[in-house]
Ligand binder design. Structure first.
Ligand code: CP3
Length: 358
């Protein structure tokens, strides 16, 4: 009888030897899947996140199709903010759009708190997903304070996060008040998911890489740390894009696993996060548009570099691109599962100096 706690994904989170490198994909549920496009037809993104039947079906779709080692809850980082009462929507092909951007102390004071009842449908969905998944772990998630703040302050997606940074640099007390409120919302959303049965959580600070290490440490890290430290009993993954300079700080915020994009080789990332933290990543999501031989070669490189870390969960360096051919991802999972592991229970580490021993 397979055991959830003994799954390859949770073993890797704990930096224990694994039978095969576990793999899942950020944005594995979504537009790349025809079965997703079919069930979503006629239902808005955020509306679908509050329908437990749809959330369950969409979360399970990539597990069925790809045979990945973990599911991630179908939801969105802005869902709890919306559920708490902020007027926002997700525009197809654009992303989150906020009706009244949050820029002044009064705007921050008006931001609502999250009541767990606001996301009761998410708790219901997690319960039914976990029942269906059996020994496959479910990853819950939330948006980190900086990334959530960026959407609220800018009013929508942004390349340079200029208004967010202007608030941060120019009005530090308002910034900290905003980030603290968003930390509470993120912590509350994670608590609901863990209580309902999620086996791990990922904190998405997708846009934190736009900050210098010094600014990250001063303005962001204390708030993200508070979110991660609020989580008890399950592994915590901390992820952002273009965070090569921040990896050590992101680990120190209280992560068991740090997610890495494709810019930093995983063995280098491992040396930055230290020996007590696992790494997750980091195949360039654009590789799927190259011929299979190139995909396989790059995946092999990621496995070799990840094998030098004390724990490795295979993933893309960011989310699945919408035009991805799902069959490539199926093949990729087969390749990863059939590649002997470096940190395996039976295999000898290729680099005994840096690989973990039992
Ligand atoms: O499969 C999964 O990874 C789980 C579901 C998930 C979604 N959003 C579903 C979604 C997760 C983990 C997220 C997190 C999220 N949402 C992040 C952090 C991860 C990252 O990509 O860096 C961010 C920044 C958002 C905000 C957001 N929501 C964006 C930028 C977009 C894309 C806009 C677009 O249409 O290109 C969304 C919408 C969204 N979230 C979709 C999905 C499946 C697409 C909605 C659709 O079907 O139209």
């Amino acid at each position: 009888m397979p055991d959830l706690a003994d799954s390859a994904f949770l073993r890797a989170c704990r930096r224990e030897p694994v039978p095969h490198t576990p793999v899942w994909f950020m944005r594995q549920a979504g537009r790349a899947l025809p079965e997703y496009r079919r069930v979503r037809e006629g239902t808005g993104m955020l509306e679908s996140c509050l329908r437990p039947d749809l959330v369950t079906e969409i979360t399970l779709q990539p597990v069925r199709r790809y045979g990945v080692d973990a599911a991630i809850l179908y939801s969105d980082i802005v869902l709890p903010v919306k559920a708490a009462g902020v007027d926002l929507d997700i525009k197809p092909g654009v992303g989150p759009v906020v009706a009244d951007p949050v820029r002044s102390p009064a705007d921050v004071a008006r931001l609502p708190q999250l009541d767990p009842d606001d996301v009761a449908p998410v708790a219901a969905a997690v319960g039914s997903i976990v029942a269906e998944l059996g020994a496959t772990p479910l990853i819950g998630f939330a948006g980190a304070p900086f990334t959530l703040a960026s959407y609220l302050v800018e009013g929508g997606p942004s390349r340079d996060h200029a208004r967010t940074k202007a608030l941060m640099y120019g009005d530090e007390s308002t910034w900290h008040a905003l980030a603290a409120k968003l930390a509470d919302i993120a912590a509350g959303f994670l608590a609901v998911q863990v209580a309902a049965g999620a086996s791990a959580v990922q904190l998405f600070d997708s846009w934190a890489g736009s900050l210098s290490a010094a600014d990250y440490e001063r303005y962001v890290l204390p708030h993200s740390r508070r979110v991660l430290e609020s989580v008890h009993g399950v592994p915590r993954i901390h992820f952002g894009v273009d965070t090569g300079e921040l990896l050590g700080l992101m680990a120190s915020a209280g992560a068991d696993v740090v997610g890495v994009d494709w810019r930093v080789p995983l063995d280098v990332a491992a040396s930055r996060v230290g020996p007590t933290v696992a790494v997750q990543g980091n195949l360039d999501p654009a590789i799927v548009f190259a011929p299979w031989d190139a995909v396989a070669a790059r995946a092999g490189e990621v496995l070799r570099q990840g094998g030098r870390a004390p724990g490795h969960i295979f993933n893309l360096g960011h989310g699945v691109l919408p035009d991805t051919d799902p069959d490539i991802l199926t093949r990729l999972v087969e390749l990863i599962h059939s590649t002997p592991t470096v940190n395996g229970r039976t295999d000898t580490p290729i680099d005994a100096g840096s690989a973990r021993r039992e």
